[in-house]
Design a protein around this ligand. Structure first.
Ligand code: EPU
Length: 417
């Protein structure tokens, strides 16, 4: 399926309001965490995106009851003996959370390499080092990697890097372990805190949320819960970017936690854009005088790597030379070739982008190489005011719920098979 963005026939630009969905990276993890209890779990604000439907299918194949209706997910685990996963795991990166939750649930899992966006090597060695410290044996077999433990035992784990995935996976493996676990240098992204709040609502005993040192007091059992996922800060940032592309096109996002977007919003203000923050909504509009900025991505609360491709499109419209240095993933510049093809002036120097603005972006046919690269090109298409076709938007739909409806106010975005 291709995404078409047409030339606007409107004489005057118009703004719009977009309701933000639940956070993809919280939801993927928390759904896997439901396996840690044999009681029913109800999750609200689950985004209806491809990563979630793929995960639901994987979990269904394993024999568990899982159903998503109107953004509410019902989950009841089945005590069957299956622990071998098939190739469908490759469809999403977050399926690696099944390792931690299956270790807590069945003490073993046979797991094949997980998929996800091609934005870097993305090894899971930190996860594995932590599992081993929790008394897990890891063995490579012809059918995949076998993770097995007789008993999970708490330990002190010092992460080499505050990895979001490793922190969450080790939380899953340690909540039901014997004794206490300490995770040092833990990630503090809002999605990690969301997972901690979810597990605590099931009877886990985790302290230290929002700090780099988590203490997990092992408990014998977790119970069912009803839990609401936090809003998706990256989806919010993506749509707010539209407000920065053209004058008189303010965009308001609702159902957001503005504090999760502090570094992004401060950067928009440093460029000269107008940002208005309310209790659970944010409005952004293009400023009159814009100045270039130098940005470096880093773990939360720093500038998020996932918003790097988004801010890149914004910076093509800022006079002068801006830079964006990417510190988290090795291959986050998949969109640059296409942006340049559309008329941008961006040079890649090692892990830094040098963005010369302001450039006129023309339409054209471009590729959606990864989720956020696709989002960057969507913004470029909205900006270009010429017909833009983004091929294979399936990747984009992995992380954005119903973008066509949400962008209806622009009257130019549609998808065609
Ligand atoms: N890393 C290792 N070894 C590990 C784990 C991570 O070397 O065992 C490296 C990674 O290769 C990367 C860095 O550490 O260079 C950070 O990786 P992290 O583990 O924090 O990222 P992740 O858990 O793989 C999640 C999100 C990403 C988001 C990052 C950073 C999910 C499913 N993915 O990835 O989201 O960019 O945290 O915030 O939660 C996206 O939504 O577009 C996306 C890529």
């Amino acid at each position: 399926m291709d995404l078409h963005i047409y030339k606007s026939k409107l004489e005057k630009q118009i703004g719009g309001t977009i309701k933000i969905s639940g956070a993809k990276n919280s939801a993927v993890a928390i759904i896997c965490g439901c396996l840690l209890t044999d009681e029913e779990v109800i999750l609200q604000n689950i985004p209806n995106i491809y990563d979630i439907t793929n995960l639901i299918n994987i979990i269904k194949e394993m024999g568990h009851f899982i159903n998503l209706e109107n953004n509410t997910l019902f989950f009841k685990r089945n005590k069957n003996k299956k622990y071998k996963f098939n190739d469908s795991l490759n469809k999403l990166r977050g399926s690696y959370y099944l390792i931690g939750s299956y270790l807590g649930f069945m003490k073993k899992i046979l797991f094949k390499q997980c998929g996800g966006c091609v934005i870097g090597k993305r090894p899971i060695n930190y996860h594995q080092q932590g599992f081993r410290l929790l008394n897990v044996k890891i063995k490579e077999t012809k059918k995949g990697t076998l993770y097995k433990t007789k008993k999970l035992i708490g330990n002190l784990i010092k992460l080499q890097f505050p990895s979001v995935g490793a922190t969450i996976n080790l939380l899953f493996a340690s909540v039901l372990a014997k004794g206490n676990t300490i995770i040092e240098n833990a990630a503090i992204e809002p999605e990690v805190t969301d997972v901690i709040n979810f597990l605590n609502s099931m009877g886990a005993n985790i302290v230290g949320q929002n700090t780099n040192r988590l203490t997990i007091y092992g408990v014998n059992k977790l119970h069912g819960t009803k839990y609401t996922i936090i809003p998706d800060r990256i989806e919010a940032g993506t749509y707010l970017a539209i407000g920065c592309l053209k004058p008189n096109q303010p965009v308001t996002v609702t159902n957001v936690y503005p504090q999760h977007l502090t570094s992004f919003l401060e950067t928009l203000e440093a460029i000269g854009h107008n940002v208005t923050i309310n209790h659970d909504s944010i409005t952004v509009s293009m400023g009159k005088t814009l100045s270039p900025v130098d940005i470096t991505t880093s773990p939360y609360p720093g500038f998020p790597t996932d918003l790097g491709p988004i801010i890149t499109t914004i910076l093509t419209q800022v006079p002068g030379t801006s830079t964006l240095t990417e510190q988290i993933f090795e291959n986050r510049f998949n969109h640059i070739g296409d942006l340049n093809k559309m008329g941008a002036d961006i040079t890649i120097l090692n892990n830094t982008l040098i963005i010369n603005g302001k450039t006129v972006l023309n339409g054209g046919k471009v590729d959606c190489h990864d989720l956020r690269a696709g989002a960057s090109l969507l913004l470029a298409g909205i900006l270009s005011n010429k017909h833009t076709i983004i091929k294979d938007i399936e990747i984009f739909k992995r992380g954005y719920e119903d973008p066509i409806t949400k962008l209806k106010f622009l009257k130019i975005v549609t998808s065609i098979n």
